[in-house]
Ligand binder design. Structure first.
Ligand SMILES: C[S@@+](CC[C@H](N)C(=O)[O-])C[C@H]1O[C@@H](n2cnc3c(N)ncnc32)[C@H](O)[C@@H]1O
Length: 315
Protein backbone atom coordinates (compact mmCIF):
# COMPACT_ATOMS: atom_id res chain seq x y z
CA UNK A 1 0.00 0.00 0.00
CA UNK A 2 1.45 3.43 -0.95
CA UNK A 3 1.76 6.11 1.73
CA UNK A 4 -1.05 8.31 0.31
CA UNK A 5 -3.31 5.32 -0.07
CA UNK A 6 -2.64 4.29 3.55
CA UNK A 7 -3.30 7.91 4.62
CA UNK A 8 -6.71 7.60 2.98
CA UNK A 9 -7.60 4.20 4.34
CA UNK A 10 -6.24 4.72 7.83
CA UNK A 11 -7.28 8.06 9.30
CA UNK A 12 -5.43 7.39 12.58
CA UNK A 13 -2.18 6.69 10.70
CA UNK A 14 -2.51 10.05 8.95
CA UNK A 15 -3.53 11.92 12.11
CA UNK A 16 -0.60 10.38 14.04
CA UNK A 17 1.85 11.87 11.54
CA UNK A 18 0.06 15.24 11.58
CA UNK A 19 0.13 15.40 15.39
CA UNK A 20 3.70 14.12 15.75
CA UNK A 21 2.99 10.67 17.23
CA UNK A 22 5.38 7.87 16.34
CA UNK A 23 2.55 5.38 15.90
CA UNK A 24 -1.24 5.41 15.55
CA UNK A 25 -1.38 3.46 18.84
CA UNK A 26 -1.08 6.80 20.68
CA UNK A 27 -4.81 7.35 20.01
CA UNK A 28 -5.71 4.08 21.71
CA UNK A 29 -4.14 5.20 24.99
CA UNK A 30 -5.64 8.70 24.65
CA UNK A 31 -9.10 7.24 24.04
CA UNK A 32 -8.75 4.85 26.99
CA UNK A 33 -7.83 7.87 29.10
CA UNK A 34 -10.91 9.80 27.86
CA UNK A 35 -13.09 7.02 29.21
CA UNK A 36 -11.19 5.96 32.36
CA UNK A 37 -9.19 9.04 33.36
CA UNK A 38 -6.14 6.83 33.83
CA UNK A 39 -3.62 9.67 34.29
CA UNK A 40 -5.33 11.32 37.24
CA UNK A 41 -2.89 11.67 40.14
CA UNK A 42 -0.22 9.63 38.31
CA UNK A 43 3.46 10.45 38.97
CA UNK A 44 5.24 7.15 38.34
CA UNK A 45 4.59 4.96 35.31
CA UNK A 46 6.02 1.87 33.64
CA UNK A 47 5.48 1.49 29.89
CA UNK A 48 6.03 -2.17 28.97
CA UNK A 49 6.72 -3.07 25.31
CA UNK A 50 7.04 0.59 24.44
CA UNK A 51 8.75 0.82 21.02
CA UNK A 52 8.58 2.77 18.77
CA UNK A 53 7.30 4.95 21.62
CA UNK A 54 3.93 6.56 20.92
CA UNK A 55 2.53 5.56 24.34
CA UNK A 56 5.69 6.91 25.97
CA UNK A 57 5.12 10.13 24.01
CA UNK A 58 1.58 10.30 25.42
CA UNK A 59 2.97 9.79 28.94
CA UNK A 60 5.61 12.44 28.36
CA UNK A 61 3.10 14.96 26.94
CA UNK A 62 0.40 14.27 29.53
CA UNK A 63 2.55 13.91 32.65
CA UNK A 64 6.18 14.98 32.27
CA UNK A 65 6.03 18.08 30.07
CA UNK A 66 3.21 19.81 32.00
CA UNK A 67 5.16 19.18 35.25
CA UNK A 68 8.31 20.83 33.81
CA UNK A 69 6.21 23.92 33.03
CA UNK A 70 4.77 24.12 36.50
CA UNK A 71 6.67 26.77 38.48
CA UNK A 72 6.76 24.88 41.76
CA UNK A 73 8.05 21.56 40.45
CA UNK A 74 11.65 20.67 41.36
CA UNK A 75 13.79 18.17 39.48
CA UNK A 76 13.34 15.39 42.03
CA UNK A 77 9.60 15.99 41.95
CA UNK A 78 9.14 15.38 38.22
CA UNK A 79 7.16 12.33 37.07
CA UNK A 80 9.14 9.13 36.59
CA UNK A 81 8.44 7.27 33.35
CA UNK A 82 10.32 4.04 32.61
CA UNK A 83 9.84 2.39 29.21
CA UNK A 84 10.98 -1.12 28.27
CA UNK A 85 11.17 -2.90 24.93
CA UNK A 86 13.17 -5.56 23.14
CA UNK A 87 13.86 -2.93 20.48
CA UNK A 88 15.86 0.24 20.98
CA UNK A 89 13.84 3.46 20.88
CA UNK A 90 14.78 7.01 19.90
CA UNK A 91 14.86 9.26 23.03
CA UNK A 92 11.69 10.91 24.40
CA UNK A 93 11.84 13.78 26.87
CA UNK A 94 11.35 12.59 30.44
CA UNK A 95 11.34 8.88 29.55
CA UNK A 96 14.01 6.48 30.88
CA UNK A 97 14.54 3.65 28.47
CA UNK A 98 15.47 0.07 29.24
CA UNK A 99 16.14 -2.36 26.40
CA UNK A 100 15.16 -5.87 27.46
CA UNK A 101 12.71 -8.74 27.45
CA UNK A 102 9.82 -8.28 29.88
CA UNK A 103 9.57 -12.06 30.36
CA UNK A 104 13.09 -12.04 31.77
CA UNK A 105 13.46 -11.57 35.55
CA UNK A 106 16.58 -9.45 35.08
CA UNK A 107 14.58 -6.86 33.10
CA UNK A 108 12.07 -6.64 35.94
CA UNK A 109 14.95 -6.10 38.37
CA UNK A 110 16.31 -3.19 36.31
CA UNK A 111 12.87 -1.55 36.27
CA UNK A 112 12.46 -2.03 40.01
CA UNK A 113 15.91 -0.44 40.57
CA UNK A 114 14.82 2.69 38.71
CA UNK A 115 11.94 3.04 41.18
CA UNK A 116 14.37 2.98 44.07
CA UNK A 117 11.93 1.49 46.54
CA UNK A 118 8.99 3.62 45.39
CA UNK A 119 5.90 2.13 43.77
CA UNK A 120 4.29 2.95 40.41
CA UNK A 121 0.82 4.45 40.07
CA UNK A 122 0.26 3.04 36.61
CA UNK A 123 1.67 0.21 34.46
CA UNK A 124 0.76 0.05 30.77
CA UNK A 125 1.57 -2.82 28.43
CA UNK A 126 0.92 -2.70 24.68
CA UNK A 127 3.06 -5.77 24.04
CA UNK A 128 2.42 -7.82 20.96
CA UNK A 129 4.38 -10.76 19.63
CA UNK A 130 4.92 -11.11 15.89
CA UNK A 131 1.41 -12.20 14.91
CA UNK A 132 1.28 -15.58 13.09
CA UNK A 133 -2.39 -15.37 12.03
CA UNK A 134 -3.08 -18.59 13.99
CA UNK A 135 -5.50 -17.07 16.50
CA UNK A 136 -5.01 -19.66 19.28
CA UNK A 137 -1.25 -19.38 19.02
CA UNK A 138 -1.28 -15.56 18.91
CA UNK A 139 -3.66 -15.40 21.85
CA UNK A 140 -1.46 -17.76 23.85
CA UNK A 141 1.78 -15.82 23.20
CA UNK A 142 -0.06 -12.56 23.94
CA UNK A 143 -1.32 -13.98 27.24
CA UNK A 144 2.29 -14.85 28.18
CA UNK A 145 3.23 -11.19 27.71
CA UNK A 146 0.33 -10.11 29.94
CA UNK A 147 1.41 -12.59 32.61
CA UNK A 148 4.97 -11.21 32.39
CA UNK A 149 3.42 -7.74 32.76
CA UNK A 150 1.39 -8.91 35.74
CA UNK A 151 4.56 -10.31 37.35
CA UNK A 152 6.15 -6.86 37.10
CA UNK A 153 2.90 -5.30 38.37
CA UNK A 154 2.94 -7.44 41.52
CA UNK A 155 6.42 -6.13 42.34
CA UNK A 156 5.99 -2.52 41.44
CA UNK A 157 2.39 -1.30 41.46
CA UNK A 158 1.09 0.48 44.54
CA UNK A 159 -2.16 -0.59 46.15
CA UNK A 160 -4.96 1.25 44.36
CA UNK A 161 -2.83 1.54 41.16
CA UNK A 162 -3.90 0.78 37.58
CA UNK A 163 -2.74 -1.66 34.91
CA UNK A 164 -3.68 -1.33 31.23
CA UNK A 165 -2.80 -4.31 29.03
CA UNK A 166 -3.43 -5.20 25.44
CA UNK A 167 -5.21 -8.54 25.06
CA UNK A 168 -6.38 -10.62 22.11
CA UNK A 169 -10.00 -11.63 22.57
CA UNK A 170 -10.49 -15.38 22.24
CA UNK A 171 -11.69 -18.46 24.02
CA UNK A 172 -9.46 -17.85 27.06
CA UNK A 173 -10.53 -14.25 27.61
CA UNK A 174 -12.78 -15.24 30.53
CA UNK A 175 -9.91 -17.04 32.20
CA UNK A 176 -7.66 -14.04 31.82
CA UNK A 177 -10.42 -11.77 33.11
CA UNK A 178 -10.78 -13.90 36.23
CA UNK A 179 -7.03 -13.97 36.77
CA UNK A 180 -6.86 -10.19 36.58
CA UNK A 181 -9.89 -9.92 38.88
CA UNK A 182 -7.89 -11.63 41.60
CA UNK A 183 -5.68 -8.55 41.79
CA UNK A 184 -7.95 -5.65 40.80
CA UNK A 185 -11.40 -4.81 42.09
CA UNK A 186 -12.45 -3.43 38.70
CA UNK A 187 -11.51 -4.99 35.32
CA UNK A 188 -13.09 -3.76 32.07
CA UNK A 189 -12.27 -4.76 28.51
CA UNK A 190 -12.09 -1.63 26.41
CA UNK A 191 -12.12 -1.23 22.66
CA UNK A 192 -10.93 2.25 21.65
CA UNK A 193 -12.39 3.73 18.51
CA UNK A 194 -8.92 3.78 16.92
CA UNK A 195 -8.61 -0.01 17.24
CA UNK A 196 -10.11 -1.63 14.15
CA UNK A 197 -13.26 -3.70 14.61
CA UNK A 198 -11.72 -6.35 12.41
CA UNK A 199 -8.91 -6.79 14.95
CA UNK A 200 -9.34 -9.12 17.94
CA UNK A 201 -7.28 -6.65 19.99
CA UNK A 202 -8.82 -5.04 23.08
CA UNK A 203 -7.42 -3.57 26.31
CA UNK A 204 -7.89 -4.80 29.83
CA UNK A 205 -8.31 -1.73 32.02
CA UNK A 206 -7.59 -2.94 35.55
CA UNK A 207 -8.32 -0.49 38.36
CA UNK A 208 -7.63 -0.46 42.09
CA UNK A 209 -4.79 -2.93 42.59
CA UNK A 210 -5.55 -4.95 45.70
CA UNK A 211 -3.76 -8.30 45.78
CA UNK A 212 -5.26 -11.10 47.89
CA UNK A 213 -4.44 -10.82 51.58
CA UNK A 214 -1.06 -12.32 52.45
CA UNK A 215 -0.12 -12.51 48.77
CA UNK A 216 3.52 -13.32 48.11
CA UNK A 217 4.86 -12.41 44.63
CA UNK A 218 6.53 -15.83 44.44
CA UNK A 219 3.10 -17.49 44.51
CA UNK A 220 1.75 -15.63 41.47
CA UNK A 221 1.89 -18.52 39.02
CA UNK A 222 0.50 -21.04 41.48
CA UNK A 223 -2.36 -18.68 42.25
CA UNK A 224 -3.12 -18.01 38.57
CA UNK A 225 -3.11 -21.72 37.77
CA UNK A 226 -5.69 -22.33 40.48
CA UNK A 227 -8.15 -19.94 38.82
CA UNK A 228 -10.35 -21.97 36.56
CA UNK A 229 -10.01 -25.29 38.29
CA UNK A 230 -13.24 -26.51 39.85
CA UNK A 231 -11.56 -26.51 43.28
CA UNK A 232 -10.92 -22.82 42.61
CA UNK A 233 -9.27 -20.33 44.91
CA UNK A 234 -12.02 -19.73 47.35
CA UNK A 235 -13.27 -16.92 45.13
CA UNK A 236 -16.67 -17.34 43.56
CA UNK A 237 -15.28 -16.69 40.07
CA UNK A 238 -14.63 -19.92 38.27
CA UNK A 239 -13.51 -19.47 34.72
CA UNK A 240 -12.41 -22.77 33.21
CA UNK A 241 -13.98 -23.26 29.78
CA UNK A 242 -16.35 -25.97 31.03
CA UNK A 243 -17.84 -23.66 33.63
CA UNK A 244 -18.76 -20.80 31.41
CA UNK A 245 -22.37 -21.69 30.78
CA UNK A 246 -25.61 -21.34 32.70
CA UNK A 247 -25.53 -19.96 36.21
CA UNK A 248 -21.71 -20.03 36.27
CA UNK A 249 -21.29 -17.87 33.18
CA UNK A 250 -18.87 -15.00 33.72
CA UNK A 251 -19.99 -11.74 32.18
CA UNK A 252 -17.08 -9.54 31.22
CA UNK A 253 -17.68 -5.78 31.17
CA UNK A 254 -16.89 -4.63 27.64
CA UNK A 255 -16.80 -0.98 26.68
CA UNK A 256 -16.26 0.88 23.42
CA UNK A 257 -14.32 4.06 24.16
CA UNK A 258 -13.23 7.25 22.48
CA UNK A 259 -15.55 9.81 20.94
CA UNK A 260 -18.06 7.52 19.26
CA UNK A 261 -19.00 10.16 16.73
CA UNK A 262 -15.28 10.65 16.01
CA UNK A 263 -13.14 8.99 13.35
CA UNK A 264 -13.94 5.40 12.49
CA UNK A 265 -10.77 3.32 12.06
CA UNK A 266 -12.50 0.96 9.62
CA UNK A 267 -13.54 3.74 7.18
CA UNK A 268 -11.64 5.49 4.40
CA UNK A 269 -11.61 9.30 4.48
CA UNK A 270 -10.86 11.64 1.58
CA UNK A 271 -7.43 13.25 1.74
CA UNK A 272 -7.44 16.93 2.69
CA UNK A 273 -6.84 19.51 -0.08
CA UNK A 274 -3.89 21.82 0.52
CA UNK A 275 -4.76 25.51 0.85
CA UNK A 276 -2.57 26.53 -2.14
CA UNK A 277 -4.32 24.05 -4.42
CA UNK A 278 -1.26 21.76 -4.80
CA UNK A 279 -1.80 18.04 -4.67
CA UNK A 280 -1.82 16.14 -1.37
CA UNK A 281 1.63 15.34 0.06
CA UNK A 282 1.91 12.42 2.41
CA UNK A 283 4.00 13.10 5.52
CA UNK A 284 6.89 10.83 6.46
CA UNK A 285 6.53 8.78 9.64
CA UNK A 286 7.50 10.80 12.72
CA UNK A 287 10.23 8.42 13.89
CA UNK A 288 10.97 5.24 11.98
CA UNK A 289 12.21 2.35 14.19
CA UNK A 290 15.97 2.79 14.75
CA UNK A 291 16.94 -0.89 14.68
CA UNK A 292 13.90 -2.95 13.65
CA UNK A 293 14.08 -6.77 13.65
CA UNK A 294 13.27 -6.76 9.92
CA UNK A 295 16.33 -4.61 9.10
CA UNK A 296 18.45 -7.62 8.07
CA UNK A 297 15.63 -8.93 5.82
CA UNK A 298 15.45 -5.52 4.07
CA UNK A 299 19.23 -5.52 3.56
CA UNK A 300 19.12 -9.01 2.02
CA UNK A 301 16.23 -7.99 -0.25
CA UNK A 302 18.04 -4.82 -1.33
CA UNK A 303 21.21 -6.78 -2.08
CA UNK A 304 19.32 -9.34 -4.16
CA UNK A 305 17.49 -6.58 -6.12
CA UNK A 306 20.83 -4.94 -6.78
CA UNK A 307 22.31 -8.25 -7.95
CA UNK A 308 19.42 -8.91 -10.37
CA UNK A 309 19.71 -5.38 -11.84
CA UNK A 310 23.51 -5.68 -12.15
CA UNK A 311 24.23 -9.27 -13.22
CA UNK A 312 27.92 -10.23 -13.13
CA UNK A 313 29.71 -9.80 -16.48
CA UNK A 314 30.90 -13.16 -17.72
CA UNK A 315 34.12 -13.13 -19.75
C1 LIG B 1 2.48 -2.80 19.25
S1 LIG B 1 4.15 -2.51 19.65
C2 LIG B 1 4.04 -1.33 20.93
C3 LIG B 1 3.70 0.04 20.41
C4 LIG B 1 3.93 1.10 21.44
N1 LIG B 1 2.97 1.01 22.54
C5 LIG B 1 3.79 2.48 20.84
O1 LIG B 1 2.82 3.14 21.14
O2 LIG B 1 4.67 2.88 20.08
C6 LIG B 1 4.56 -3.97 20.48
C7 LIG B 1 5.97 -3.98 21.06
O3 LIG B 1 6.08 -5.12 21.91
C8 LIG B 1 7.46 -5.42 21.97
N2 LIG B 1 7.65 -6.72 22.60
C9 LIG B 1 7.15 -7.92 22.20
N3 LIG B 1 7.56 -8.89 23.05
C10 LIG B 1 8.34 -8.28 24.00
C11 LIG B 1 9.05 -8.76 25.14
N4 LIG B 1 9.04 -10.06 25.46
N5 LIG B 1 9.73 -7.87 25.90
C12 LIG B 1 9.74 -6.55 25.57
N6 LIG B 1 9.09 -6.04 24.49
C13 LIG B 1 8.39 -6.89 23.73
C14 LIG B 1 7.88 -5.37 20.51
O4 LIG B 1 9.29 -5.23 20.39
C15 LIG B 1 7.09 -4.14 20.02
O5 LIG B 1 7.90 -3.00 20.01
Amino acid sequence: MGKASRDKRDIYYRKAKEEGWRARSAFKLLQIDEEFNIFEGVKRVVDLCAAPGSWSQVLSRKLYLPATLSSDSKDDDLPLIVAIDLQPMAPIEGVIQVQGDITNARTAEVVIKHFDGCKADLVVCDGAPDVTGLHDMDEFVQSQLILAGLTIVTHILKNGGKFIAKIFRGKDTSLLYCQLKLFFTQVTLAKPKSSRNSSIEAFAVCENYSPPEGFNEKDLHRLLEKVGTPSGTGHDLDCSSGWLEGANKVYIPFLACGDLSGYDSDRSYPLPKSTDGSSYKSLDPVQPPIDPPYKRALEIKKASNHASLNPPILH
